[in-house]
Every structure is written in C-alpha cells, then in structure tokens.
Design a protein around this ligand. Structure first.
Ligand code: TEU
Ligand code: CA
Length: 555
C-alpha cells in the first residue's frame, strides 16, 4: 500500500467564527487562531482544515464567497492569514483551505455582472433558465435550505439555480471560463504555500443538461439525480488534478454527500488522479424523521455495518476519511455517545478510541477533543444557522408538524450545536471572547474547558493526545487491515487491525450498562495500548463498564 503524509496525519477542523476571538467583537478571527497554535501543537495534530475565511456576506457563515482572494473583514487581513500559515508551518502544522466552488455568493463580482443582462461574458458563469411562467420556476427542485432551488431575477426575468441559499448561486462548471477562473485561484493559493483543500459539495459541480422535475419529498422535488455525481464530475476533477493539484505536494478531501463506496473508489482511488480521499455521509445521514431532522440515535448495528463496509470495500483501493463531527453535524458525544454528566467523559473517550483505531485519516472537529456536547436550545431565536432557522419556518410555522414534535428533532441535529464557541476556560464566555459572543456559549463550559483538561492527565484532551501519539508509533493503526467482530451486537463495536506481524484488538462499549467480553486466545498475552477505565485485561472474560473502550496490541 502506498504511504503518504496525509494517510499518517490527524486533521483538526477549525470553524473560525467560533474558535477564538482576539479583538472583543464576539466573532472568532485569524489572530485568535494564531494565539491557539501552541494548544494545537500540544494536542499533536498535523493538519488544520480551515473552514472558509474568504470575503463573504455570511449568509451561510462564509460558505457564500464574494472574493476568493481576500479575507473576510471580521476574520482579519491577508497579512494575518500569511502570519497564520507561517506560524503553523514553524510548528510543523500544515493548513488546508476550504474550497467552496460549487457556488459563489450573489455578491461576487461574477454574479453581479452575470445578472445584468442575458448576453454578457459572465452570464454563463451561472445557471439561468426561463421559468415555466413568471411565477413558476423551471422545475420543482427544492434547496437544501428550504424553498425552491430557483430564484426569479427581475433584471432579466429569468431564474437562477441555487442548491443552497438564494444568496449562493450555483456556478456553471460546464463553462471552461469558470473552470479556468477556479483553477487560477487555486494555483494562487497553492503558490502562497497552503497544503491542500477540503472541497465543499464537490460532487455537485456537474449538472445534467436536462433539468426535469425531481421526485417530490415533502414540498419540493429532489435535485440529486440531476446535480449530484453528474456526468462530468470526474472529468472536471481530473482536469483540476492535471492543471493544479498534481503540481504541488498537497492533500485533498472531497465533501461528497451521497457518495457510495463504488463512487469513492473513483473520486479517491489510488490511481484515478482525482482526490486523495472523500467524506462519506452514510453514518451521519439517513437517520431523519422529517427530512434530516430527528431526535433518534442510529442503532449500533446500523452504524457498524456502514463503517465496516467502508473499511472493507476501500481497503487498498482508496483512502478513508474518519469523522464523527464537523460544523454541519451535532456534537458526537450527544449523538453517538452519552452526554449525561456521568457518561459524557468516558463516552467521549470511547468514541475517540473507536474512530481513531479505524483505517483512514481521522478528523477532529474543534472542541471534540474536549468532549464538548450539544447546546440546550430552548427556542428558535437562539439559532444563527440559516438551515435551522429556515427548517423551523418550513416544517413548523408554514408546515404541518407541531412545535412539540419537531423541536426535539431540530434541537438535536441543528448545525448550531457544533458552532457554539470553543470552551477555553471557566471565565466569562469560556474565554472565547471579552465581548458578546455571536452565538451563546454552552453553559457547561464551567466544567468542560481546555484549561481544566490540559492540566488533567485523565481528561478527554489528554486521551486524544495519547491516541494521536499512538498513531505515530504503531504503523498497524494507519495501514492495518480491518476485520469486524461481534457484528450482531447492539452493545459492542469490536474489530481487529492487522499489518505485517502486528495486530490490534479494539473493543468499544456503546451502551450505558455493564457488558461481558471474552478476549480471543490470540490476544491472551497482548499488551494494552490504551483504555478509558484503566482496568487490566489479563483474564479471558472481562466485565466492561458502560462506554468502556480498550485496545490490545500483539506482535
Ligand atoms: O455542506 C453540504 C451539505 O450537504 C450540507 O447541507 C450538509 O449535508 C447538511 O448541512 C447536513 O445537515 C457544505 C458545507 O459543509 C455547509 O456548511 C454549507 O452550508 C454547504 O455545503 C453549502 O456551502
Ligand atoms: Ca474577533
């Protein structure tokens, strides 16, 4: 199996708005990130995935870009960015940027020009279509953020496509001028010395020519058969690879919602010359009751089946990314673990063990290393995320689902659970800002914060630090072949990893009661690499505490 630095790395995602505020305006910023680089170095991470810092009106918190080669005013200046990059590199930390090129902001100069007339140079940078009439869009597609995926524009009496908010018009990737603009911009960033890209909804950049109605799910039609994994997506990624990516020692990870293992082998195959890896979403999607919204946890056997399939089917063909959390998902401890006070810490460590011992590159979302939990949302006014605000409108205010039924689902899965400020210490606003934070701080910051945990060797932080260090020490963790155990257990997630003459046994309890586990004979003389309880594993049959996790190693 080919070796590579990005296969051996641990990647830490920073959502700048909520990471650290340096100037008291209540909004995280680049100087704030710089002030926390030593914390990240101490944790031991190798790469930072920086969510968008480009100029943006923040309709979707930076995922609506109005200038790809300027820094958002609230986050600082290009000089601040250059300082961040240099200081990260000084510490041996790489930085990959969030590339959002399926769409721009409607305040991007390209779109401002495009909407002016039906025949200017920029018109075909976007996707314009005649409506069925002035009141009826070209088809029934719905946007990911509610409402129609088409916005009527008075200027030229036509509709433009926006798969996300109406302020995020989709780019027309079939236009070679668009591809050239994007590739030139990517080259500009690579020449500055960045270390790669996370590519936002990159599986959506190629749309079919025909744009018929989609199957109606809820109020609107489903656009995915016509806009996801489209006819030219691999051609455009191979062109991007040939014209930009292949010229630098960088890494790429594609956000490919809806991707299958078969498609992943094409997007991220060892020799397909597209991307290095992709994010798959099977373990974090498909659990919805009302669209994506739910208050139910995915059964463990379902979760294990999904993750096992990705481990087995990509082995030696493509490279897995591994995550529980990101800025779009609820907090892992609340979703996959147990955020009740007596289980929050031990289940956070269990989840970390389960993920970091799998085959692939692990991603840590800011605050996950502290075991940060979902926020106790009580009403829609507390939301800042366009997706959550619109969903409440669509399902409750204008829709037919009662508040009492829908609220628990919305509060449980809202992206704002991941966007409350990182909890640095137990001072006001958890040390995130000296001003008023743009979104409320989780009230549990008094007990869950970085200052307390960096000082406590038994903390979730130090557990992550140890897992990251183990990855550097044992090649079997990076390159070992995965084999599932106890596939029918609804309580335990157990598996082995084998590489040359090394073997791991990983056992994680996902339940809140004691369980019994029999250690396979071959591990009777094995050593314990890490455990979240400190028990010895010398007897063949052991009783596991709720959420207990351990890793045995033998040579
Ligand atoms: O997310 C793409 C995407 O599919 C999201 O709608 C995600 O699946 C959903 O929110 C999960 O509940 C990317 C970015 O990660 C997201 O923050 C942006 O809002 C979106 O693209 C548009 O750029
Ligand atoms: Ca600030």
């Amino acid at each position: 199996m080919n070796k590579a630095w990005w296969k051996e790395a641990v990647i830490y995602q920073i959502y700048p708005r909520s990471f650290m505020d340096s100037n008291g305006d209540g909004i995280g910023d680049i100087p704030g990130i710089i002030s926390r680089l030593d914390y990240l170095k101490y944790l031991g991470i190798d790469v930072i995935w920086l969510s968008p810092v480009y100029r943006s009106p923040n309709d979707d918190n930076g995922y609506d870009i109005s200038d790809y080669q300027a820094i958002m005013d609230e986050f600082g200046t290009m000089e601040d960015f250059d300082t961040l990059l240099a200081k990260a590199h000084e510490r041996g930390i790489r930085i990959i940027m969030d590339l959002v090129v399926n769409h721009t902001s409607d305040e991007h100069k390209w779109f401002i020009e495009s909407r002016k007339s039906g025949n200017n140079k920029f018109r075909d940078y976007y996707i314009w279509r005649e409506g069925r009439d002035a009141q009826t869009p070209p088809n029934n597609w719905g946007s990911c953020f509610g409402g129609s995926a088409w916005q009527y524009d008075e200027e030229t009496s036509m509709y433009y496509l926006h798969l996300f908010s109406r302020k995020q018009p989709d780019l027309n990737w079939d236009n070679p001028d668009v591809r050239k603009e994007i590739f030139d911009m990517m080259t500009w960033w690579c020449d500055k010395g960045i270390d790669g890209f996370r590519m936002d909804v990159i599986s959506m950049i190629s749309k079919t020519g025909e744009m018929p109605d989609g199957e109606t799910t809820g109020l609107y039609g489903d656009f995915s058969p016509f806009c996801v994994h489209g006819p030219n997506v691999h051609k455009y990624l191979q062109e991007m690879n040939e014209k930009v990516l292949s010229k630098y020692d960088i890494m790429t990870v594609g956000e490919t919602s809806g991707v299958t293992t078969e498609l992943a082998k094409q997007y991220a195959g060892e020799d397909t010359h597209e991307l290095n890896m992709v994010f798959q979403f099977e373990h974090v999607e498909g659990d919805g009751k009302y669209g994506k919204w739910t208050d139910e946890k995915m059964p463990l056997t379902t979760l294990k089946k999904i993750l096992s399939r990705w481990q087995i089917e990509l082995y030696d063909k493509a490279w897995n990314s591994l995550f529980w959390d990101n800025h779009d998902q609820p907090r892992a401890v609340s979703r996959f673990g147990d955020d009740r006070p007596q289980y929050q810490e031990i289940s956070a460590k269990m989840l970390a063990t389960c993920l970091h011992m799998l085959q692939g590159t692990p991603y840590i979302y800011q605050g996950e290393e502290l075991g940060m939990t979902n926020y106790p949302f009580q009403n829609p006014d507390e939301f800042r995320d366009i997706e959550s605000i619109n969903a409440y409108e669509e399902w409750c205010v204008n829709g037919t689902v009662s508040h009492d039924v829908f609220w628990p689902c919305l509060a449980f899965k809202s992206r704002d659970n991941a966007r409350t400020p990182v909890q640095w210490n137990d001072s006001a606003h958890a040390g995130f800002t000296t001003g008023t934070p743009w979104i409320a701080v989780n009230p549990n910051y008094k007990t869950i914060n970085a200052k307390a945990q960096t000082a406590n060797p038994d903390s979730v932080f130090h557990y992550y630090k140890k897992l990251i260090a183990l990855r550097k020490q044992y090649p079997v963790i990076v390159y070992g072949k995965y084999e599932a155990l106890l596939e029918d257990s609804e309580e335990l997630f157990a598996y082995t990893r084998t590489y040359e003459n090394e073997k791991l046994l990983v056992v994680c309890s996902f339940c809140d009661h004691e369980t019994i586990f029999t250690i396979p004979d071959e591990f009777s003389e094995a050593s314990c690499l890490i455990t979240n309880t400190g028990q010895e594993y010398n007897n063949p049959t052991i009783t596991l505490a709720p959420y207990e996790a351990f890793v045995l190693y033998k040579k």
